[in-house]
Design a protein around this ligand. Sequence first.
Ligand SMILES: *[C@@H]1O[C@H](CO)[C@@H](O)[C@H](O)[C@H]1NC(C)=O
Ligand SMILES: *[C@@H]1O[C@H](CO)[C@@H](O)[C@H](O)[C@H]1NC(C)=O
Ligand SMILES: *[C@@H]1O[C@H](CO)[C@@H](O)[C@H](O)[C@H]1NC(C)=O
Ligand SMILES: *[C@@H]1O[C@H](CO)[C@@H](O)[C@H](O)[C@H]1NC(C)=O
Ligand SMILES: *[C@@H]1O[C@H](CO)[C@@H](O)[C@H](O)[C@H]1NC(C)=O
Ligand SMILES: *[C@@H]1O[C@H](CO)[C@@H](O)[C@H](O)[C@H]1NC(C)=O
Length: 312
Amino acid sequence: MLAVSVSLFLAALPSLAVPDLALRKQTSVVESFPNITSCVSQPSFFSCENTTVIENTCCSPTPGGLVLQTQFWSTYTGLEKKGQLLPKGSWTIHGLWPDNCDGSFESYCDLSRQYDPVPSPATLEDGTVVPPYDGPGVDTFVKAFGRDDLVEFMDKYWINQGAPNVDFWAHEFSKHATCTSTFDVACYGPSYKEHEDVVNFFDAVIRAFKHYPTFDLLAAAGIVPSNTTSYSLEQIQQVLVSQTGALPFLGCTNHTILSEIWYFSHVYGTEQYGTYKPINTTTTSTCFSNESIWYYERTPSSEREVRKTWLY
Ligand SMILES: *[C@@H]1O[C@H](CO)[C@@H](O)[C@H](O)[C@H]1NC(C)=O
Ligand SMILES: *[C@@H]1O[C@H](CO)[C@@H](O)[C@H](O)[C@H]1NC(C)=O
Ligand SMILES: *[C@@H]1O[C@H](CO)[C@@H](O)[C@H](O)[C@H]1NC(C)=O
Ligand SMILES: *[C@@H]1O[C@H](CO)[C@@H](O)[C@H](O)[C@H]1NC(C)=O
Ligand SMILES: *[C@@H]1O[C@H](CO)[C@@H](O)[C@H](O)[C@H]1NC(C)=O
Ligand SMILES: *[C@@H]1O[C@H](CO)[C@@H](O)[C@H](O)[C@H]1NC(C)=O
């Protein structure tokens, strides 16, 4: 059976190698969300780098054009007994945030897409109360689209502390994606299927996360978790600048325990398919530059092997 499918695949190769324009014209355009066909005629530039008014906000994140891919380094989850473990050899996903170009940001911009069981903040600056959600978990939205693979990946790399992972995913979507213009429901056209924006956002978060394999970037320079050796902030920063082209934000608990990283970028095109350009952090590190920084090893029983196929 395997031999048959391999030979079928090989037989198909010659026609792929020679572009057949007539055949291509017949092929229907792949549906993309947002609709890239309608973005082609729009002016293009990196977000936050041009004052031209963006007419089609589905095509470029506006006003949240300063995009942050954020990650955590934690040593435990608090839900180990329920099997909620951290991925060995990897930092974990926090989210993908749409800061405004000046560094300010909005939260919970569309309460019709409020899936967060524990809204934080629970009250917005204008006094709006964000109602807690108690419906089905967002994992069921993803599975309804047949994307069990996506839920499986998220369960490995997008880990909550003290509460189930699914609550955290919902929080990130409702707090941040609803404020990111390229995930607006209107961007999904007349054939919008409920929750496809949620699936699309989770895919986009993972795509961005894979650009920044923090654990490997540091490990390749000899910066590995250790409970006996500490590092200087400058040492850590230098490695990251040399590999990403910009200075990320580093967060420390109590100013000396490394726990967070935020990679800043401007985006050319949409957040889901566009190109990310690294930008220096607009926020000063909370890690002290005059003290030793601890990048702690995890409790062995808090992590598990997951990297069978990704990156290696
Ligand atoms: C995408 O946009 C183009 C150009 O505006 C339009 O012709 C096409 O019908 C749209 N596709 C979908 C799936 O909405
Ligand atoms: C802004 O973008 C427009 C359209 O692409 C371009 O003509 C213009 O030169 C850009 N301005 C700056 C300051 O980059
Ligand atoms: C970004 O940060 C690096 C490292 O601190 C610095 O060398 C560089 O000049 C900064 N780039 C910009 C555009 O500010
Ligand atoms: C941070 O400092 C506080 C106050 O000294 C202490 O209670 C807490 O355990 C420290 N946190 C960590 C992770 O060490
Ligand atoms: C390092 O600097 C911070 C303020 O920036 C200060 O609070 C702390 O005491 C300093 N640590 C040492 C060891 O000098
Ligand atoms: C390393 O130290 C952290 C913080 O104290 C602790 O939680 C963890 O269990 C330690 N890991 C190992 C392997 O000793």
